[in-house]
Design a protein around this ligand. Structure first.
Ligand SMILES: O=C(O)CCC(=O)C(=O)O
Ligand SMILES: [Fe+2]
Length: 244
């Protein structure tokens, strides 16, 4: 499921944290502190989509994220959330994404999140022109957000770009998702999705934050920390706080 180059680099970093530079080398900084990289292997996205679609088609009552505002064909993914997608195979994958990939990579790019990254939240979103087509500019209540595209290679769409505010220039940087690509940014980076004009777009959105929803204080020091402090399993207790 995970892109081969990333999987290999992350595996090496877990074995020897000093090798995390190879992980960083796979990331492209598209705006200040906003990173893009290939996370899913395009050949396997269909497996994930099938899992989500099956739950949907089975009529299992999944709660859409953000109430009904966004998004009618999306689902809650974290066990903290009522009506989440509890399928064990999906949950194992979701947990691995958070623990093996998202947390250490986020600590590598945004060291100040350490201490504010033990808890999680997740949902899937689905845009199409006739129902949920866009989302206005907002920030997320997360320390860090990982947003991954799940479109299949032949599922093209128009519009639906993600605009992220570049803190340095004050301008929005416009970004189009390609299948399996991911964006990683601090929750406090303002972002918006432009209206989708044709086709559909499916994304997986994961959040990390601290106990009871805490996020790093404004202006938290971004001091360097040793690599070995990132590539460690989180032993923190999981609370029941659900942001939505
Ligand atoms: O359209 C997207 O991919 C971003 C969605 C988003 O920012 C959100 O759901 O919080
Ligand atoms: Fe968001």
């Amino acid at each position: 499921m995970i892109d081969e180059a990333l999987r290999t680099a992350v595996k090496q970093a877990w074995e020897n944290p000093e090798r995390e530079t190879d992980v960083k080398a796979l990331m492209t900084e598209v705006a200040t502190d906003v990173y893009k990289f290939q996370l899913f292997d395009v050949e396997h996205i269909a497996d994930l989509r099938n899992m989500l679609e099956q739950a949907w088609d089975a009529g299992i009552p999944l709660r859409p994220p953000y109430g009904i505002v966004l998004n009618r064909r999306g689902a809650m993914l974290d066990r903290r959330s009522e009506g989440y997608l509890a399928a064990p195979s999906f949950q194992a994958f979701y947990q691995q994404l958070l623990d093996t990939y998202m947390r250490p990579i986020s600590r590598l790019l945004f060291p100040e999140i350490i201490g504010y990254d033990s808890q999680s939240f997740g949902f899937s979103i689905h845009y199409q022109p006739t129902t949920d087509a866009s989302i206005r500019q907002h920030t997320d209540a997360s320390s860090v957000t990982l947003n991954i595209n799940m479109n299949l290679p032949d599922e093209t769409f128009e519009g639906s770009e993600l605009d992220v505010l570049d803190a340095a220039s004050g301008d929005a940087v416009r970004f189009s998702f390609t299948p399996g690509s991911a964006m990683l940014h601090r929750g406090n980076v303002p972002h918006a999705a432009q209206p989708i004009t044709s086709g559909q777009r499916s994304n997986l959105v994961l959040w990390l934050y601290g106990e009871r929803g805490q996020i790093p204080p404004q202006g938290a020091q971004r001091r360097a920390i040793p690599a070995r402090d990132r590539w460690v399993s989180s032993s923190a207790e999981q609370d029941d706080f659900a942001p939505f």
